[in-house]
Ligand binder design. Structure first.
Ligand code: URA
Length: 434
């Protein structure tokens, strides 16, 4: 077999066999296929795509390229959740404790910030003492004892994706449905859960900007999961605005704690209940409607809040964070208001720019080696559809001495659009793919 012939076959629109996909992926991981041939192969996929069968094989070959987690020793149906990435997306911090409090084991691997989007692991690390790297024994022990553990991805989880993702990033081949779906689902399959709830973000703050693109990605991911005998549901959710009000690490933990106390923003609370309900439903705790009620009760009764306290404690974090978040979390007291430049309804927020602005304040990394400033970020005061007067504060920037506040301000200014006409309201849940 030769890489050249496989590239040629895909370039001409052919359907690849399992052996051909294995040859390319495994050969690349072993260093036998050079970057230039893999790049050409990825570009051929970018233009010619893969069918359902090829996608399933591609995902499986990637998932098998490194370590796999075996969760079978944990009793119960393990359902994982995955978000395709957004701005202000702190759902795992709320959904994890809700479902764990309802007896659905959460044995989860999460990621760090990627591009303009934040990462759950970085958010959790803003809690003093919180350990996102546990030994395998600690990880399993925590899930068995309290029903939840969340850790960063292990170094050898899907090495094929690590190598291919870096190449895609440098060769303009990130945004192709088969490649994204296989990249995400290979990591999910290697994580060992029995089923997945996929939160597919749509809009200006998401990788998928249109509902059509997001639906295609959702169908691809659900299709891959099912072809591997796993349960899966994708929820298409609105990312035309930041989720909730807080963007930035400590700020998002603060908002998650408020939500667990029942004081969260409406959109974020609704999304957490929806995702929790689907997870419980896939874990066979009841019909979807019954599970919605269970999730609401877990929030209202304080059960989920207490589970979060336990979760923090078991991973070495200071559990007092749940009672005194503003005192325990690293928070800056330097706040700069961003005010409306004109009168009108807020008709659009370029949410990707809000994510980038937060990074300029220090909430993200400029390079892989860069450190995050947990204390900074953005609080959205006025959202889409709100009427504002010129000079009225619409957002707050939490800044530190290292923040590039001027660039962040410029990005906020570019991000908001105003009009005398009230825009149509868009719900947080845009669709379901099963
Ligand atoms: N997230 C991933 O893990 N992979 C992609 O390709 C895109 C988003």
């Amino acid at each position: 077999m030769r890489a050249y012939d496989i590239i040629l076959k895909k370039r001409n629109g052919g359907k690849l066999t399992k052996e051909e996909i294995e040859f390319m992926v495994n050969g690349y991981v072993k260093g036998e296929i050079p970057d230039y041939q893999m790049s050409a192969f990825l570009m051929a996929i970018y233009f010619r795509h893969m069918d359902t069968e090829e996608r399933a094989i591609f995902t499986e070959v990637m998932a098998n390229s490194g370590d796999k987690v075996d969760l079978s020793s944990i009793p119960g149906i393990k359902i994982d959740k995955h978000s395709t990435g957004g701005v202000g997306d702190k759902t795992t911090l709320v959904v994890g404790p809700i479902v764990a409090s309802l007896g659905v084991p959460v044995a989860k691997m999460s990621g760090r910030a990627l591009g303009h989007t934040g990462g759950t692991i970085d958010k959790l690390e803003s809690i003093p003492g919180f350990r996102t790297s546990l030994t395998e024994e600690e990880f399993f022990e925590n899930v068995r004892k309290i029903g939840i553990a969340v850790v960063g991805q292990t170094a050898n989880l899907v090495p094929a994706d690590k190598k291919i993702y870096a190449l895609r990033d440098a060769t303009a081949t990130v945004d192709e449905v088969s490649l994204i779906a296989a990249s995400i689902m290979s990591k999910k399959l290697a994580g060992g859960a029995d089923g997945y709830v996929l939160d597919v973000k749509v809009g200006s703050g998401a990788f998928m900007k249109t509902i059509e693109q997001a639906t295609e990605l959702a169908e691809a991911m659900v299709g891959i999961a099912k072809s591997h005998g796993k349960k899966a549901v994708a929820v298409l959710t609105n990312m035309d605005v930041p989720l909730g009000k807080m963007v930035g690490n400590s700020l998002e933990v603060l908002e998650a704690i408020e939500t667990l106390k029942g004081n969260g923003p409406e959109d974020f609370t609704q999304l957490c209940i929806t995702l929790s309900a689907w997870m419980c439903h896939l874990a066979e705790k009841g019909t979807y409607e019954e599970c919605v009620q269970l999730a609401k009760n877990a929030l209202e009764s304080g059960k989920a809040f207490e589970k979060f306290r336990e979760f923090v404690k078991y991973q070495g974090g200071n559990p007092e964070v749940v009672d005194k978040p503003k005192e325990i979390l690293p928070m800056t007291d330097k706040i700069v208001e961003f005010t409306a430049p004109e009168d009108g309804y807020i008709t659009a927020i370029d949410t990707e720019k809000i994510g980038i602005a937060s990074n300029y304040l220090g909430a993200g990394r400029k390079t892989k080696e860069d450190t995050i400033d947990y204390s900074v970020g953005i609080e959205i005061i006025k959202k889409l559809g709100d009427y504002v007067k010129k000079g009225e504060p619409i957002a707050k920037m939490y800044v530190s001495e290292k923040s590039d506040t001027e660039t962040a301000r410029k990005l906020l200014l570019e991000s908001y659009k105003f009009s005398p006409e009230k825009p149509e309201h868009k719900p947080i849940i845009l669709g379901i793919v099963k």
